[in-house]
Design a protein around this ligand. Structure first.
Ligand SMILES: [Zn+2]
Length: 280
């Protein structure tokens, strides 16, 4: 996970946010009221069903204008949590950091929208999970008025647009006995609770992801070897080419860039020669 700077709210969202939120909250309240009446009446007849209007509309919060800012300008087609590529995935998710099923008032709130891959954001990982600190009152909140904001609560999950992930996570690399293969692992920094909960809830240590991390390291190793060879044999053009390739790996557009940065440090590679002119 890397730190991401949030861009200004897209005009489409700004112009429609209030109407969309109200429409959702009215439908949500109608559902709660019908359910309460059904319970008060001795649960006679069929239990009221939640209508589609009582859930946030993907067509609204996933509007092309909103999607464009999230995908292209903020997250560079990468998942906010695992930094894997979401390019070309049919199940690209506009992610509600606070799930809309629990926080309907934030369903169309710009600061609550992220981009996530279909693995981090689905069962058995994040989906609708949103752990909060011990003093917080988490609820399917505010049934009488779903549009009312929630109480202040201690957020547990690390948010790349709010927190600095470097304060919560650390990468560890373990070389195989022959030294040929390196296995990376994402850990919570000094056992940090928010870091470890985020790893668990988003599945950032899942087997498939570790395989992807390892594959990326293989590509980085190729560029590192090329660089080393170019330095040894004073091949300036090749050296610059290798540096350019390494620079791409750690740019905000590079997948798993936080891991690659940590890996280059692990290999005692001087990152200073790559960080010039890099956009963050
Ligand atoms: Zn992901």
């Amino acid at each position: 996970m890397i730190s991401v700077i949030r861009k200004p709210i897209p005009a489409t969202l700004q112009g429609n946010q209030a109407t969309w939120t109200e429409s959702l909250c009215v439908a949500r309240k109608a559902f709660y009221d019908a359910e309460a009446a059904w319970e008060a009446g001795g649960r006679l007849g069929a239990k009221p069903r939640k209508t589609t209007a009582a859930d946030a509309k993907n067509a609204w919060y996933g509007h092309p204008d909103i999607r464009k800012v999230l995908e292209e300008e903020m997250f560079h087609h990468k998942c906010a949590y695992c930094e894997g590529s979401v390019k070309g995935h049919s199940h690209l998710h506009i992610e509600h950091f606070r799930p809309q099923s629990i926080y309907p008032a934030l369903a169309y709130e710009w600061h609550n929208l992220l981009l996530a891959c279909g693995v981090c954001n689905c069962k058995p990982y994040k989906e609708d999970r949103f752990p909060v600190g011990p003093s917080a009152a988490l609820a399917e909140p505010n049934r009488p008025n779903p549009c009312e904001g929630n109480q202040a609560e201690m957020v547990v999950l690390v948010n790349p647009c709010v927190d600095d992930p470097a304060e919560f996570f650390v990468w560890k690399f373990e070389a195989s006995p022959a030294g040929k293969e390196v296995t990376p692992a994402l850990l919570a920094k000094q056992g940090n609770l928010r870091g470890s909960q985020t790893i668990t809830v988003c599945g950032l240590d899942r087997v498939n992801l570790t395989e992807n991390y390892r594959r990326q390291i293989g590509l980085v190793d190729t560029a590192l070897s090329l660089h080393k060879m170019a330095v040894t044999f004073s091949q300036e053009e090749t050296r610059i080419e290798a540096l350019e390739s390494l620079r791409k790996f750690i740019s905000p557009q590079g997948i798993y860039s936080a891991m690659v940065r940590a890996y280059l440090k692990y290999q005692n590679f001087d990152l200073g020669q790559l960080t010039q002119n890099l956009q963050s």
